[in-house]
Design a protein around this ligand. Structure first.
Ligand code: 4AD
Ligand code: MG
Length: 456
């Protein structure tokens, strides 16, 4: 169907005076004595295009007056009062009717209500803005790494290992329900891969393999976690950005993470000013100022041990008590970044017992060269570390965790054949989207959220 994008018609002055066809869905319809006005949207921009119908020349079909109807309109592009353009209709064709039980009749619905209809909520202004920001931010991430000699690696989604060791994996199986096997081992042996396989929680282990040849790599794909936590920050399927950098130590990777965040935010602000203004108006007052401040200031760096002292001194009653050795809960993370620093904070040098096996052990014997990046409003958006490059130390950490060494032979080999210091991080893409849009529930920054007890 030959037609022109509404974004182009509205923004490109070269179209003024031309007769052309646009397509879209009716967002408002208004009738007066002599004129009919339709606003239609085709998804190419947050803004609608006004269609002006002079009743002395033609009558709009009744079905075109219904919210949600799909139409094709041919007419002349003329200047609009707001400086953009509108269309003087010469013909209106209804492509798809939309009956009165179309649920999106009101101007504003709650996000909770919209979550009950993921297939239709995409047609609201909010999701128009969310999905475009998502797309532009994804492209910005690729641009950032591609412009700096990183190689984009596609790591497997089905794996035989558990990178984070938290046991929160989805098993991949072709074996249906049966009681035919005497134990788990024989059950998995009879399965597709001849052993237990699962969906990957992180591409890191294979990312390290690639970095040991390509130097600087990144992955950007889905990760899966069967975390039984129904929170506004967890989904079972999220998108994960994971650079892995050879010859980089913890301070180097921290610098890269901060630089990347600043670059992609700047890129987004240049490309999506209308969407960000929309989020500022409807979701987070002060969003633009927050993002500008992020660009202009250094992120803070705080040692875990000092973070514990700060939290102990805080005159706040936390639900989870604070002691050296405890994992930081969201309430702690948010206190540090929202109340104390009021900007992004890298917490570094966590106790080794609460972190993953692969992290570089610090000389103190108690902590690892790891960091989480915490941001106001969300908490942790990045998990990062220098990797243990020493074979014996890595082996020791794995044995202490009772890990099945045969599952990690390739990974251990990297420490035998030309091992080098290297570091990487994982950015939760949806968490980053929450931060830049001010949307406070992760279910509202992804097309189809998968959460515990819910899939459609
Ligand atoms: O901190 P995590 O578990 O780190 C890793 O997976 C490392 N292997 C990354 C690396 O070094 N290559 O996860 C990284 C980030 C978190 O900071 C968070 O932003 C996001 O992934 N994340 C989730 N996002 C949404 N829902 C979940 N269930 C998430 N789990 C982690
Ligand atoms: Mg983490």
């Amino acid at each position: 169907m030959k037609h022109t994008d509404i974004k182009a018609v509205r923004e490109d002055k070269a179209y003024l005076g031309q007769t052309l066809t646009v397509c879209g869905w009716v967002r408002t319809a208004r009738d007066s004595k002599n004129m009919t006005f339709l606003e239609i949207n085709d998804g190419t921009t947050l803004r609608h295009l006004q269609i002006v119908i002079d009743k002395s020349k033609m009558q709009a079909p009744d079905e075109a007056m219904k919210l949600g109807a799909a139409v094709a309109v041919t007419g002349e592009v003329v200047p609009a009062r707001d400086g953009s353009a509108e269309l003087n209709a010469e013909s209106v064709t209804v492509l798809g009717t939309c009956p009165a039980d179309y649920p999106l009749q009101k101007k504003r619905h709650t996000l909770e209500f919209l979550r009950t209809m993921p297939h239709l909520r995409v047609r609201t202004n909010t999701f128009n803005a969310v999905l475009r920001v998502r797309s532009v931010l994804a492209a910005a991430i690729h641009r950032y790494f591609q412009d700096r000699n990183y190689v984009y690696i596609h790591t497997p989604l089905i794996t035989g290992s558990d990178c984070e060791g938290a046991g929160e994996v989805f098993t991949v199986t072709t074996n249906g329900y049966t009681t035919a096997y005497p134990d788990a081992d024989s059950y998995y042996r009879a399965d597709f891969f001849g052993r237990r396989a699962s969906l990957s929680v992180s591409g890191q282990l294979e990312g390290e393999v690639a970095a040991m040849a390509m130097g600087k790599i990144y992955t950007f794909g889905p990760s899966f976690r069967a975390e039984n936590s129904n929170t506004p920050r967890h989904v079972a399927e999220f998108w994960h950005v994971e650079p892995e950098v050879a010859f980089a130590e913890l301070p180097d990777i921290i610098e890269i993470a901060e630089d990347m965040i600043k670059h992609i935010v700047r890129d987004l602000m240049e490309r999506c000013p209308e969407e960000l203004a929309f989020f500022e108006a409807h979701f987070e007052q002060g969003l633009t100022a927050k993002l500008n401040a992020l660009l202009e200031n250094d992120f803070a760096i705080l040692d875990y041990t000092d973070a514990i002292e700060l939290l102990k001194k805080a005159d706040v009653q936390f639900v989870y008590p604070v002691e050296w050795g405890c994992d930081l809960q969201t309430e702690h993370e948010r206190y540090i970044t929202e109340q104390i620093y009021k900007k992004p904070v890298f917490v570094i040098n966590y106790p080794k017992d609460i972190k993953s096996f692969y992290m570089k052990q610090n000389p103190d014997g108690k902590t690892v060269a790891a960091t989480d990046l915490l941001v106001p409003g969300v908490g942790e958006i990045i998990g990062c570390s220098e990797r243990e490059a020493d074979y014996d130390k890595l082996l020791d950490a794995m044995q202490k965790r009772n890990m099945n060494l045969s599952d990690y032979r390739d990974y251990m080999d990297l420490r035998r054949f030309g091992s080098v210091p290297h570091s990487g991080f994982g950015l939760g893409f949806e968490r980053m989207l929450m931060y830049v849009t001010g949307i406070s529930n992760i279910r509202d920054v992804i097309l189809y959220p998968r959460t515990v007890g819910s899939i459609r």
